[in-house]
Design a protein around this ligand. Structure first.
Ligand SMILES: [Zn+2]
Length: 452
């Protein structure tokens, strides 16, 4: 049993002072404010937050972040970015996948992410031939998680066709293609692997998976398995869905797939008022990826209406142009301020501080989306904790909730000091034991890929 005594902690009721957190095995077993000092108590001079889940990651994209920031002539958009991503993906193999994911997961932990949902569709060799074993690329992901200590929810991703109209995969997309049975076989092989905390299922998108295959795959997995899908990221996708399915994507997923709290609808950017209310009511999480959505020019999520309807949200790093939960939440709030020309859109009558409200909602919604039983500092939750350095220069003179405000809106990840995942400290004093080795291997792998 570890007994932590924190100067401050973010509890479901808000930021509290002098909080005792009892951790046994992988779980928080008791939380109390004040109270007598225990023998062997560990003093935490900082602000303890529930760990944040990064619900949407394509690890390999970390290595191409920044490579698409130029215009090739004409109007650069999501689809031209996707071509650049396909070209990069062609050069990856299980070894470089491991080097990239390992470095990324160290970065995530140091930034305050305690869990990651890996939406993995890079299954085959270039040209489409399977690896032996078929799940080699996913094994690299699991190994990276196991070595770095991040909680991994693996989301093997079904990808079958090149568009809603059922057209075949193009040459580059053949790396992603699996039938339902092939994907389920790989999923079974990965289910009990070391490093996999939870296994779910991802359907790449309405573009890539026909409805009958979607139903078959969902019916074949455990009834509690997390289900993720890219939805309504682009307006072009809305028009395609309306033309072929006679419904908007989120509307269709709610009505035809009965999306509920098992589901994470990644992006959900372009939703109308009815979809906003229905998605909130469904209990599914909206998987928002604010820095990637900004980078790709996707659009702006209707946060205010969604929160007014008590919708559940989670955040994802997606393309990893940023690896920092504070920056994601700040970008989410800033997109609202710029559109509405108001401030503190994420605040509410019960929590006036935007940072506290958004962190609490995203931690809880993220843990739900990854099926992890975490996301709050309460008895019974997984002991995934992040300690913010209250001596950070940007937090000088702050107390209570103002510490969290300055962490999210000013300091960002530079204020993350210690991180615990499932009861084990994996980052101490801003350092991860593997950081130098992981960075060197990453540099070598990426340099090799880009010099080919
Ligand atoms: Zn994505």
């Amino acid at each position: 049993m570890q007994v932590l005594r924190a100067d401050y902690a973010l509890l479901p009721s808000g930021v509290a002072r002098d909080v005792q957190i009892h951790v046994q095995d992988r779980q928080i077993v008791a939380v109390a404010t004040g109270g007598a000092h225990a023998v062997n108590e560990i003093a935490i001079d900082g602000l303890v937050l529930p760990g944040m889940a990064n619900v949407h990651s394509h690890a390999f994209q970390r290595a191409m972040a920044g490579l698409a920031e130029w215009d090739a002539g004409g109007r650069d958009n999501f689809w031209s970015w996707r071509e650049a991503m396909y070209r990069f993906a062609e050069r990856l193999d299980p070894q470089s996948q491991l080097a990239i994911a390992r470095f990324l997961y160290v970065e995530m932990l140091k930034a305050g992410y305690t869990a990651v949902g890996e939406f993995h569709y890079l299954h085959n060799r270039p040209g489409g031939a399977p690896y032996a074993p078929a799940a080699s690329m996913m094994e690299a992901i699991a190994q990276a998680a196991q070595e770095t200590g991040i909680a991994l929810t693996l989301l093997p991703t079904l990808y079958m066709q090149g568009g809603v109209d059922g057209r075949a995969l193009n040459e580059r997309q053949k790396r992603f293609g699996k039938s339902v049975s092939e994907l389920l076989d790989m999923r079974t092989a990965m289910r009990d692997k070391t490093g996999v905390a939870q296994i779910g299922l991802a359907l790449h998108s309405l573009r890539a998976v026909p409805p009958p295959a979607m139903r078959e795959a969902i019916q074949s997995v455990e009834p509690t398995s997390p289900l993720h899908i890219h939805a309504a990221e682009q307006t072009g996708e809305i028009e395609e869905a309306q033309a072929t399915l006679n419904a908007r994507p989120v509307e269709w997923l709610l009505n035809e797939m009965h999306a509920d709290q098992r589901w994470c609808l990644v992006h959900s950017t372009h939703i109308n008022d009815a979809e906003t209310a229905s998605l909130a009511k469904s209990g599914a999480a909206a998987g928002l990826c604010p820095t990637t959505e900004g980078n790709l020019g996707d659009g702006i999520f209707p946060l205010e209406a969604y929160l007014a309807s008590h919708g559940r949200l989670a955040i994802g790093g997606d393309s990893h142009v940023s690896v920092d939960p504070a920056e994601e939440l700040k970008a989410l709030e800033y997109s609202q301020r710029l559109t509405l020309r108001r401030r503190n859109v994420g605040a509410s009558a019960s929590e006036a501080h935007t940072a506290a409200r958004l962190w609490s909602l995203a931690a809880l919604g993220g843990a739900q989306a990854l099926g992890l039983g975490a996301g709050a500092i309460v008895a019974g939750a997984r002991a995934d904790l992040v300690v913010i350095d209250t001596d950070h220069i940007s937090l000088a003179g702050r107390e209570d909730t103002a510490l969290l405000d300055s962490y999210i809106f000013v300091a960002g990840k530079s204020a993350v000091r210690d991180v615990m995942v499932g009861g084990t400290w994996v980052v101490g004093d801003g350092r991860h034991a593997l950081e130098l080795e992981a960075a060197a291997a990453y540099r070598a792998a990426v340099t090799r890929i880009l010099s080919d």
